[in-house]
Design a binder for this molecule. Structure first.
Ligand code: MRU
Length: 346
């Protein structure tokens, strides 16, 4: 069992199991309102992931793990049908919610495998999903320690999107590193980019660092280049939605631009993610499915018709050659490549 009460900065739990269902902190409403939604069906969960009530790759994976409990409840209630068929059909529905966070598929595929030996699927899947959640928090704490170990004193970091407690079981990946480094008094400055169009940085990263009393400075996405040019940033610290076996990663749109800029300005790039974010079957990024969200999320409402359109890919791929370190709960991989990634399997 993890001892989170000993951690200085650990106050947020976005996904939990409550009575007979999932309780999700509705991230669409932050920072204005702190509202929790109860999710009691696989249909409602699939929609909640699609609508980004819950978001961030590890948090989506945890929600899906608890979704397997809902799937088992629903499949058992359908007495006329075969349990396995009903169960898998419901996991397929959850899987169809968003395509890029591999944690979603890793959790669902594990559920499909472990359920085969279970005599009491609802109770046993609940136990399994609870362990998935606890393991994620522990992984983040370990990532925090490893990641902070890469920093010198007075380090200035820029983080993109939200890879914090809200995007995980708790503590966070990139923000876990930042929390840990803050605790060790290693940070001089933390910048968070807005992360248009959904503003995960402005809305969520600022909210959670404020909750924990950690000072942070917001920047417009477009000012990152200028800050690097002025020598104000030492490390870019981000999470990932998928890590491939050659070290390529997919993360929030804009990560690739930051990595290219970092290379030009001699800034280091850290990707912090648990091993549940690894696609063990993907040799490189070419098979990653990049989610395209509706143009209405970025196109002003007064533009209708076909003349003016918008393109809204919400993730991009950063090749391994632009990444200084990948940090998982197992340690730090410097200049990631296929050989070093393969060593994680042992
Ligand atoms: O569209 P989102 O908000 O789900 O995207 C989240 C990200 O891109 C995060 O950086 C990533 O999932 C890692 S979260 C620890």
């Amino acid at each position: 069992m993890i001892k989170t009460e000993t951690l200085l900065y650990d106050t947020i739990r976005p996904v939990s199991w409550y009575a007979n269902g999932l309780r999700l902190l509705d991230q669409r409403q932050l920072p204005s309102k702190e509202v929790y939604l109860d999710i009691n069906s696989t249909q409602a969960l699939s929609q909640a992931i699609k609508d980004m009530v819950v978001r961030g790759a590890p948090a989506i994976g945890i929600a899906a793990a608890f979704g397997a409990v809902l799937a088992a409840q629903e499949a058992l209630a359908e007495t006329a049908k075969d349990f396995t068929a009903g169960f898998n059909q419901r996991l397929d529905l959850i899987a169809a919610s968003r395509p890029t966070a591999i944690n979603l598929f890793n959790a669902l595929n594990t559920a499909r495998a472990v359920v085969k030996t279970m005599r009491d699927p609802v109770a046993e899947l609940l136990q399994w999903a609870s362990t998935w959640l606890i393991d994620d928090i522990q992984a983040n704490i370990d990532i925090g320690e490893w990641g902070a170990g890469c920093f010198n004193k007075n380090t200035r970091v820029l983080t993109h999107c939200n890879a914090g407690a809200l995007a995980t079981g708790g503590y966070g990946t990139a923000l876990g590193v930042i929390r840990s480094a803050q605790e060790k008094n290693l940070l001089d400055k933390i910048y968070a980019s807005e992360t248009r169009p959904w503003n995960q940085g402005a809305r969520l990263t600022l909210w959670e660092l404020q909750q924990d009393g950690i000072p942070v400075t917001l920047i417009a996405d477009s000012s990152a280049a200028s800050l690097m040019q002025q020598g104000l940033i030492d490390w870019i610290v981000v999470g990932a939605d998928t890590i491939c076996m050659n070290g390529d990663i997919a993360n929030k749109i804009g990560t690739y631009s930051l990595a290219v800029l970092a290379k030009h300005h001699g800034v280091k790039v850290m990707v912090a993610a648990p091993t549940t974010t690894i696609d063990w079957k993907a040799q490189s990024s070419e098979h990653i499915v990049i989610e395209q969200r509706p143009s209405s999320e970025i196109l002003p409402a007064n533009y209708t018709g076909d003349l003016v359109t918008a393109l809204n890919p919400v993730f991009d791929v950063t090749p391994a050659e632009l990444i200084s370190v990948i940090v998982t709960e197992k340690g730090v991989i410097e200049s990631p490549d296929t050989r070093k990634m393969a060593a994680l399997i042992q």
